[in-house]
Design a protein around this ligand. Structure first.
Ligand code: PEP
Ligand code: MG
Length: 355
């Protein structure tokens, strides 16, 4: 692997959202975290408490109720980020603002709804009404990503506050957190300006509270074709791009990630498409959008850092494409890091030979 790193030019990061995975990835040679999904805090071990707070927030009827629930959620976000930032000391960690449709986390079934009703102090019927109200016909294209933070700015605010506080606390403890925050599912620069204004306010507030100045990077995911096309405008606000090729594939093909398996199988069997584009990167069109996004982004911000954090980041057969497109790094799950390093080195060697 030392030999590999001598030739490699493209960086390799990891997708990780807890200290154990982060450490595993570092041991495998990851140079940072390219995608930290905060939603993972609401699944699996130790998720009951934060999930409860999140549910209170989702079921809130008024802004005040929502803010109260978010205030209770804040320490969990702060501690979650802090734990992984600590392990990543001196290496960048890209935190993605909350992304999924809220109804994914709403209490499901009578028992869970009754539990929530008791906790919040409202009737079961009220809980059911609120959960039903969250229903969307097409949630993948509904209230998720940055839209959540535009409709409910308080959701963005609490995340910035938690992350900035974690950064200040770690700095005071002698660590070197390198925080990057990215906004998901962006379609234009105005969305980013909206979110950045919140970040600016919260940064000032947190710096004052801790008596500690800090730096962070503000960026966006590029995962909707529109964003790639207006990347020049988006790069006026975003300091970095991370290509979410899972959604970019979904939105380019118009294939729902959640429902398309059977269709894709037939399409591949009938040779209508060469492979499942969610597994095997579609260079022809999704790739074209990636190239356009990088080129247009760098036309306004020459030093724009670009990475890929969709599943394709760990696909060694796509590494050469990403390298040639000008990607600064790929980000993949911890166990794929060594292969990604090797593939990145091979891409650099191949290019040198071609020249
Ligand atoms: C993506 O869309 O490529 C991505 C990394 O985000 P998610 O899979 O969480 O939507
Ligand atoms: Mg996505």
């Amino acid at each position: 692997m030392k030999l590999v790193d001598k030739f490699r030019k493209m960086g390799v990061r990891t997708n990780a959202d807890n200290p154990i995975d982060a450490q595993k990835a570092i041991d495998f040679g990851a140079e940072g975290i390219g995608l930290f999904r905060i939603e993972h805090m609401f699944y699996g071990e130790n998720s009951e408490k934060p999930l409860e707070k999140l549910r209170n927030m989702i079921l809130a009827n008024t802004r005040d109720e929502r803010v109260a629930a978010l205030d209770e959620l804040e320490p969990y976000i702060r501690e979650s980020a802090k734990g992984t930032l600590k392990v990543m000391d001196g290496k960048p960690l890209t935190f993605r603002l909350m992304d999924p449709p809220l109804h994914e986390f709403a209490p499901q079934g009578e028992e869970k709804m009754k539990e929530a009703a008791k906790r919040i102090g409202i009737s079961y019927e009220d809980v059911k009404k609120r959960v039903d109200g969250l229903h969307e016909v097409n949630p993948m294209m509904g209230l998720r990503g940055v839209r959540l933070g535009i409709i409910y700015p308080e959701i963005t605010r609490v995340q910035f506050r938690a992350l900035f506080s974690a950064t200040c606390e770690l700095m005071k403890e002698g660590y070197h957190p390198m925080l990057e925050i990215m906004v998901p599912l962006t379609i234009n620069a105005a969305e980013l300006k909206h979110q950045k204004a919140i970040a600016n306010e919260v940064k000032e507030e947190v710096e004052k509270k801790y008596g500690q100045k800090f730096e962070y990077k503000f960026g966006t995911m590029i995962e909707i074709p529109r964003a790639a096309l207006v990347a020049n405008q988006i790069a006026e606000v975003a300091e970095f791009f991370s290509f979410g090729t899972n959604d970019l594939t979904q939105m380019t093909f118009g294939f729902s990630r959640d429902d398309v398996n059977a269709i894709v199988k037939t399409y591949v069997d009938e040779k209508i498409i060469p492979a499942d584009p969610f597994n095997s990167f579609d260079r022809e069109c999704v790739g074209e959008l990636v190239k356009i996004g990088i080129e247009r982004g760098r036309s306004t911000r020459t030093n724009l850092k670009c990475g890929v954090c969709g599943e394709h980041g760990g696909d060694p057969t796509a590494a050469e494409f990403f390298y040639k497109a000008g990607m600064n790094y790929v980000s993949c799950s911890p166990f794929r890091v060594p292969v990604a390093r090797l593939a990145a080195a091979q891409a650099a060697i191949k290019e040198a030979r071609e020249k």
